[in-house]
Write a protein that binds this ligand. Structure first.
Ligand code: GAR
Length: 215
């Protein structure tokens, strides 16, 4: 059965756009983005959703802060009301309470702009990640798509892609390249694999079943 996908956003939504483009190009097999939930009414991601006739919900974190539990329960209520099969964090900047990760265990994924377990965890989000990467002097960075569990950026890794750090990179130039070369590619791929039931989770590891197995 076609899987219903909810995308959680907080900002510009270029990863949401990559998912929409992939859906339109037929890259997301057996899945459809049926709703977008934003933690802010100002997120440009909402415009992207509306322009593509995708239903939207706004649950403003500023109305709940610091009550993470009530905020998370409202998100969970919407996910259930919309009969969502897969939840995708795409630049969603609020850490949800474990009521959501438990209800959607191995059915909720996040894209992180670095190669986990480096440059991840609390405080590592958005441009801060790329600032830390440049500060450290590493020559390779990248992006990771992983399942969300109770540990921040700690769930089983699904896909990763490496990206070179260049000598003249700024946090902004590196962020753009990581998005273009890694995030916008591996997030739609991971979503498509999930929708085809091709991701097997075994403890902390995941395995991808070959395409032939699931047709
Ligand atoms: C993306 O780079 C995403 O990986 C990152 O925020 C950006 C959102 O951009 N997420 C995190 O840092 C989460 N830890 P977008 O709104 O244009 O997709």
């Amino acid at each position: 059965m076609l899987k219903k996908i909810a995308v959680l956003v907080s900002g510009g939504g270029t990863n949401l756009q990559a998912l929409i483009d992939a859906q339109q190009a037929g890259i997301i097999k057996n899945g459809e983005i049926t709703c977008v939930i934003s933690s802010s009414e100002d997120a440009y991601a909402l415009t992207r959703a509306r322009e593509n006739s995708i239903g939207t919900h706004v649950v403003r974190w500023k109305d709940y802060r610091p009550d993470r539990r009530s905020f998370s329960e409202e998100i969970l209520r919407i996910l259930r009301e919309e009969s969502i099969d897969l939840v995708v964090y795409a630049g969603f900047m609020v850490i949800l309470d474990e009521v959501v990760s438990k209800a959607y265990a191995n059915r909720m994924m996040n894209v992180h702009p670095a190669l986990i377990p480096s440059f991840c965890g609390k405080g590592f989000y958005g441009l801060h990640v790329h600032e830390a990467v440049l500060q450290s002097g590493v020559k390779l960075t990248g992006a990771t798509v992983h399942f969300v569990n109770e540990v921040c950026d700690g769930g089983p890794i699904i896909l990763q892609k490496a990206v070179e750090v260049l000598d003249d990179d700024t946090p902004e130039s590196l962020q753009k390249r990581v998005m273009r070369e890694a995030e916008w590619q591996i997030l739609p791929q991971a979503v498509s694999l999930f929708c085809q039931d091709r991701i097997v989770v075994n403890g902390t590891r995941t395995y991808i079943k070959p395409e032939s197995c699931c047709q």
